[in-house]
Write a protein that binds this ligand. Structure first.
Ligand SMILES: [Zn+2]
Length: 374
């Protein structure tokens, strides 16, 4: 934990502490929301550095400590990670310890009882809310890797107060709260990444839903064989009628009714509780961004998409022939901005060999997702 013991009196002057630590005061205060009265979040201190560190009694002592400070675990911050549900849990712990201005909670649980996490970051008085999610579709798990890597990049740049792609992280932080659900479909992603053996489920029905394929690489659905992104009550009947599967399947089955699946219900409830100003859904693949929905989208979407296009090189597409998706439902009922970003190009699941290229193009969209001056 990046916490040090400090004489409580020193915490009365947070602006002096922020100068010494060279971190924006707002981030320092926010990072200390849960620190005890004699503890201080010390950005850059790592787990090893914390041991054997005596209590800091004076500002001068703190300054000396900063001069010798061990910087963030850069290797961890920049490395490419594949996230099954277990790994995500570990990484959320580490991320929120390293950057205590990020908080998390459990929104609900998947069919197999795995937690569905939301991460939050942003100033308490920020007046915009952006929601970003990843891995609605199981074999699109690389979207979680992209989103988590970007979140680390954002957190680190906040501590250093360094501009990225022309954006001031502190300005974004002050303006926008972020709601991030990095893994909507944990059961499906675990199935694709680890196979069916450890899931404790009936193999016969799983193979049936998978059309007896020898692997699960094409599995998009949740573990009940329902496509979570065909589960929302916006012209659901059209998808129900025209999608080929008439029973649970590894892909495309919209369910017996809208919102039958716990993962879809969790996401619906999140939006109803706090409708965001802007919603971003990360999928693969195609290097395209869908931004309209039957004319229900707001006019500003046509401007924002131009920024996204410029930053990513991806192609904005106003309308596609698809209904009942999470984003579709959101635009339909809230008339607010919603974008489906189809990261990368190739056949799902995309390989981690492409990660660098996907991240390079996609990160600008995530930065711009927090920016509201269009
Ligand atoms: Zn998808």
């Amino acid at each position: 934990m990046a916490l040090i013991k400090i004489k409580p009196l020193l915490k009365q002057n947070m602006s002096r502490l922020s100068e010494i630590l060279n971190i924006p005061e707002q981030i320092l205060i926010s990072g200390n929301h849960s620190a005890a009265h004699d503890e201080l979040y010390f950005p850059g201190a790592n787990h090893q550095a914390e041991k054997d560190v005596p209590t800091v009694d004076t500002y001068e002592q703190l300054q000396l400590m900063v001069n010798n400070k061990q910087y963030f675990d850069e290797e961890w911050l920049t490395k490419e990670i594949i996230y099954d549900s277990e790994r995500l849990e570990m990484e959320i712990q580490k991320l929120t310890e390293s950057f205590p201005f990020v908080t998390y909670h459990i929104l609900g649980h998947s069919v197999l009882g795995k937690p569905i996490y939301e991460l939050n970051i942003g100033a308490p008085d920020a007046d915009k809310l952006t929601h970003i999610n990843a891995s609605f579709h199981a074999n699109e798990w690389i979207t979680t890797s992209v989103l988590m890597k970007w979140l680390k990049e954002y957190c680190l740049s906040l501590c250093y107060n360094q501009q990225v792609l022309g954006f001031s992280p502190l300005q974004l932080y002050s303006q926008t709260k972020l709601s991030i659900v990095p893994l909507v479909n944990p059961d499906g992603v675990d199935l694709v990444l680890k196979g069916p053996e450890d899931l404790g489920i009936d193999r016969v029905s799983l193979d049936e839903m998978n059309q007896q394929q020898s692997h699960f690489q094409e599995w998009k659905a949740n573990i009940n064989g329902v496509d979570l992104n065909n589960q929302f009550p916006s012209f659901w009947e059209i998808e129900k009628q025209r999608k080929p599967p008439k029973a649970p399947s590894y892909r495309d089955y919209p369910g017996d009714a809208p919102l039958t699946e716990p993962e879809a219900i969790v996401m619906r409830d999140l939006i109803v509780r706090h409708p965001p100003n802007r919603l971003i859904a990360l999928h693969t693949q195609g290097e395209e961004i869908y931004w309209g929905y039957k004319g229900y989208e707001p006019a500003v979407s046509a401007e924002v998409i131009q920024l996204f296009e410029r930053l990513s090189g991806y192609l904005g597409i106003r309308d596609i022939d698809s209904y009942a998706g999470f984003r579709d439902w959101f635009i339909h009922f809230y008339h607010r901005e919603g974008y489906t970003v189809e990261l990368g190009k190739g056949k799902n699941p995309l390989s981690m060999k492409q990660f660098h290229d996907i991240y390079r193009k996609g990160r600008g969209i995530l930065w711009a997702a927090c920016y509201y001056n269009c």
